[in-house]
Ligand binder design. Structure first.
Ligand code: ARG
Length: 533
């Protein structure tokens, strides 16, 4: 029997909008909701074992067979288990990663890449049509400064290190500002020399970014960088003028936004465009190309004002369709152990690639030569995703790599242990029939997690909170390991051979289902789940 998600079944049966939750205290049932409406009644049936009303609370217990048969459903659906078609017909664009050309791929861009990819996978799994777009920072006045410096120092060294140095050097000389502006103007006007230098910078940076994406195992659908919008900028500015949205202020073109003090600048007094102009052009372009129902900007909290302004301006310009949602995730910072911004070590800027290499090295020391990359990178990703998106994260290698605690490696090892059990016992599992199997206490704690996976996936996507999925996977893995440490899967005890055989079948099936869920969950988080470690 193909099973409907239990939650959906219950909601339909209740027939009213209620907030159906899993009570923290387990003896209050599997689900519970609060209502003051005396007419809301729900009775025992083939799914519901027991209903109890305590004051306004209605507590619901599920039947043993519903929990146990879910295992069958997991095994039947395999890689698809937990997915849904809830989002079908809807499209979301995820704007993520977006490092800046001629600058290092920073730790903030790492967060954006990891979270953005997880959201991408989650929405896809929920049936949405998803487009990932890497809004590369490859345009702007900084390139004018850089071009000026490259010409001025007559350098052939286009390494990011050197470009960064030149950039810093430039800012020591206020008298060069005009030169920088002039060169950006030239670039915007299509000057061949400026363009050639800019192209070289892009090429060098992209090669470095690609190495990082390769290490992270991330591939983004599209990369319309900021430069792509250059030709559309004029259109946006004219439109803003025509619609009376933009006006002149001290030679610049600005949009005043009701409720926000700082006006949004579209056109600088020297005629140059801005980051915001490009974001508006991007909104218009995406509307025409993809017609999204939602756009998620996976960008740090420090750009809060920028996005507030851009969203409001886009609204004023009519770039947002009725019902469309624009969301800025506002991720937090990485901090070092002293609570300071994680950016330098012994006065040196921390290089992302070195952090990733160190993670792989540490994974190797955990005893993994074959899977060091999967474990090291998995550890970094999980550590990021287990925190709520908006919170700051204290970078802590010990926690990240902890085989006993809430970490990527812990989940990967649990998964590999499961796979190994299945390899040993798989052939014993041909004719399992799970109905009427009476679970013991440890088994019960596992099966009471299994049926919730789909709900968690759904909620992690809709609330843009991969940390919910992490928390769930950790809880499931812990409960499984408690079971595993107490009971034998392959050689259970029991009086009669028949009973032992039945127990073995059930436990193997439950083990297999747990493995599938952990693997599906890790995959959604962008983390590999090796079968052997
Ligand atoms: N490149 C920008 C930065 O590093 C992030 C771009 C985010 N996306 C956007 N559409 N503005 O700050």
């Amino acid at each position: 029997m193909a099973q409907r998600p239990v939650r959906e079944y219950l909601l339909e049966k209740i027939g009213k909008v209620v907030k159906l939750e899993h009570p923290e205290i387990e003896k209050r049932g599997d689900y519970s909701f609060y209502t003051t409406d005396k007419d809301v009644m729900i009775k025992e049936d083939e799914v519901i074992e027991k209903v109890e009303r305590v004051g306004g609370f209605v507590n619901i217990w599920l039947k043993n067979d519903v929990l146990v048969n879910q295992i069958d459903e997991v095994i039947r659906r395999g890689q698809q288990y937990g997915g849904s078609t809830g989002g079908s017909g809807k499209r979301v664009i995820i704007d993520y990663s977006a490092p800046n050309i001629a600058k290092p791929f920073g730790i903030g861009h790492l967060r954006s890449t990891i979270i953005g990819q997880a959201l991408y996978n989650l929405y896809k799994f929920c049936g949405w049509d998803v487009v990932g777009d890497n809004h590369l920072g490859d345009w702007g006045t900084q390139f004018g400064k850089l071009i000026f410096m490259i010409k001025n120092t007559d350098t052939a060294d286009y390494s990011i290190d050197n470009l960064e140095k030149l950039y810093v050097e430039f800012h020591k000389h206020a008298e060069w500002e005009d030169e920088g502006r002039k060169w950006f103007k030239k670039l915007e006007e299509g000057d061949a020399e400026a363009k050639e230098i800019w192209e070289k910078c892009v090429k060098v940076s992209m090669a470095e970014f690609d190495r990082i994406y390769e290490l992270l195992g991330v591939k983004i659908d599209a990369a319309f960088g900021e430069s792509f919008y250059e030709d559309m900028m004029i259109g946006v500015i004219e439109e803003a003028k025509r619609k009376g949205v933009m006006h002149e202020s001290e030679g610049a073109g600005v949009i005043e936004i009701p409720g926000i003090k700082t006006p949004l600048m579209l056109l600088k007094s020297d005629g140059g465009t801005t980051y915001a102009t490009r974001d508006l052009a991007t909104l218009k372009f995406r509307r025409e190309k993809w017609d999204p129902d939602m756009v998620i900007y996976e960008v740090g909290a420090e750009q809060g004002l920028h996005f507030e302004q851009v969203f409001a301006a886009a609204n004023m310009l009519g770039y947002i369709k009725e019902g469309e949602r624009l969301v800025h995730t506002k991720h937090g910072l990485y901090l070092d152990m002293d609570g300071k911004k994680f950016a330098t070590r012994k006065g040196k800027t921390i290089k992302l690639e070195e952090v990733l290499e160190e993670a792989i090295e540490r994974a190797r020391k955990l005893g993994n030569t074959d899977q060091a990359q999967a474990v090291g990178i998995g550890a970094i990703k999980y550590f990021d995703l287990m925190h709520s998106v908006q919170s700051n994260i204290v970078f802590d290698w010990e926690k990240m790599m902890n085989l006993q605690g809430n970490s990527g490696p812990y989940l990967q090892y649990t998964h590999a242990r499961i796979e190994s059990v299945i390899r040993q016992g798989g052939k014993l599992m041909e004719r399992y029939n799970l109905s009427n199997y009476r679970v013991n206490k440890e088994e019960e704690r596992v099966v009471k997690m299994i049926y919730r996976f789909g709900e968690v996936v759904e909620e992690s996507a809709s609330r843009l909170a991969p940390n919910l999925l992490c928390g769930y996977l950790f809880e499931l893995a812990q409960r499984f390991n408690t079971f595993y440490n107490k009971h034998s899967i392959l050689t259970p005890t029991g009086a009669a051979e028949e009973e032992r055989g039945r127990t073995r079948e059930f436990r193997l099936a439950m083990t297999k289902a747990t493995g599938i869920i952990i693997r599906n969950g890790l995959t959604l988080l962008g983390i590999e789940a090796p079968g052997r470690m």
